[in-house]
Design a protein around this ligand. Structure first.
Ligand SMILES: Cc1cc2nc3c(=O)[nH]c(=O)nc-3n(C[C@H](O)[C@H](O)[C@H](O)COP(=O)(O)OP(=O)(O)OC[C@H]3O[C@@H](n4cnc5c(N)ncnc54)[C@H](O)[C@@H]3O)c2cc1C
Length: 400
């Protein structure tokens, strides 16, 4: 009997028929071929931080934990093993004098898992982490090795940069990187009305800006990050902070300044909205949370921004995006609350975060992604026998 898989939040549990931890790419190829011949499914897994059932399988659960570390760099591009955790990646790049452009709120995920779901940080000038991917090595559904980048096969790049593990096992990822730089993080508390009044100004005058809203008190925590060398130019407009509020400040390199530690476990729903729809959508979420869910909505709501991109399954595809995420302590019920706000997000044209809770299937998703059919055509080409297509993936990607 294999070991049960439990995701980070504990809401996803299953026991695969087999768990594999290949030590090299040849083993990955052999495993995919064997699965194809026997009709088994393969699901690649990273750190298991997603709470949607992307990795659930009764077949083979494949982890690349043994394929970790930075392989090479030329000062502009860096290639890492796909199993590398973001924290180790940050340290490895730092040792080489390099850094990523932006990061999400934590660094426990693998680089393959994070980019497979469009994991993002915040900042109107920054795309999600998948936009930093310039190439991948993929073991396809036929067990073949396929290197994808803009020079060799530009037609495949917008599909493989964010692929939910549906096109194959990613074994290496090449990322756009830059020389190391120092960041200054500041945060303070404010009333929600102050934060909403100053939101556009805060978003446009800081490199990274987001805020947490604590629904029971109407307090927010505003967080801004700027580069010390360039962004702190004296002419940069400075928002006048609310008087008497506690402030925090931290300076350091990217990988130690952007991600935070998260010890308390939570469930989360996050939708990506066209930025122009944010004010009305947030007002409606605020109203519903206060009127219907205040008793159970014990945790915070996070608001961030993402730049538009051209990645086919990216939830920031083609539009500047503002995200709203509702978090809920894992010991409390979440479904009624999340389903109710999901209806609001959908009304305003939101697209769900692939790795978080949502209740959409292929029929709902297809109209939200203009290049949906192109992605499916690539998927059928690279995985003709559906080696990576579990019932959960089929529900997401194939209209019945
Ligand atoms: C505490 C916490 C904080 C978070 N913060 C953020 C945040 O700030 N921003 C944000 O956008 N999201 C955030 N998330 C969501 C998280 O980033 C995503 O769910 C991410 O996909 C998790 O990465 P993982 O390595 O755990 O991948 P998993 O959850 O294990 O897998 C995710 C997907 O990646 C695929 N995959 C994994 N490895 C491979 C591979 N080698 N080849 C092909 N496919 C592969 C899987 O098949 C699956 O489809 C957070 C989640 C948690 C629990």
């Amino acid at each position: 009997m294999t070991r049960e898989f439990v995701n980070w939040s504990g809401s996803l549990r299953f026991t695969p028929a087999e768990r594999a931890e290949p030590a090299d790419e040849a083993e990955v190829c052999a495993l995919v071929r064997r699965a194809r011949e026997s009709g088994a499914t393969v699901r690649p897994v990273g750190s298991g931080h997603s709470s949607s059932p992307l990795v659930r399988t009764d077949g083979i659960l494949l982890s690349l934990d043994r394929l970790s570390g930075v392989i090479s760099d030329d000062g502009r591009l860096a290639t890492a093993w796909a199993g590398t955790k973001l924290r180790a990646l940050g340290e490895g790049l730092y040792d080489a004098g390099l850094a990523m452009d932006n990061l999400g709120d934590v660094d426990y995920q693998s680089i393959a898992g994070a980019t497979a779901t469009g994991t993002h940080g915040t900042g109107i000038g920054f795309g999600n982490l998948s936009t930093q991917v310039t190439g991948v090595r993929l073991i396809t559904g036929t067990g073949d090795v396929l290197d994808v980048d803009a020079r060799r096969n530009p037609d495949l790049l917008p599909a493989v940069r964010l692929s939910l593990g549906a096109l194959g096992v990613v074994t290496r990822i090449t990322l756009d990187v830059q020389p190391t730089y120092q960041l200054h993080r500041r945060s303070w508390c404010a009333h929600l009305d102050w934060t909403l009044d100053h939101l556009a100004e805060l978003q446009h005058t800081n490199r990274n800006m987001d805020f947490y809203w604590y629904p029971r008190s109407d307090r927010t925590q505003v967080r801004v990050i700027n580069r010390i060398d360039t962004d702190a130019a004296p002419e940069r407009a400075e928002v006048r902070l609310p008087d008497g509020e506690p402030r925090q400040s931290q300076v350091g390199p990217t990988h130690r300044t952007i991600p935070r530690d998260r010890e308390l476990r939570f469930e989360e729903i996050e939708y990506m909205l066209p930025s122009e729809a944010f004010p009305a959508c947030f007002a409606e979420v605020r109203r519903r949370v206060r009127d219907r869910h205040r008793r159970v909505a014990a945790w915070r709501v996070l608001v961030r921004t993402i730049a538009a991109d051209d990645i086919w399954l990216s939830n920031a595809y083609g539009r500047p995006t503002t995200t709203i995420a509702c978090l809920q302590n894992t010991s409390l019920p979440y479904e009624e609350y999340f389903r109710d706000v999901e209806a609001v997000f959908r009304h305003y044209g939101g697209r769900p975060h692939w790795g978080k809770k949502h209740w959409l299937g292929a029929r709902d998703l297809r109209p939200l992604f203009p290049r949906w059919d192109d992605f499916q055509a690539v998927r059928r080409r690279l995985d003709p026998d559906g080696v990576f297509l579990t019932p959960d993936l089929a529900r997401l990607l194939e209209e019945s």
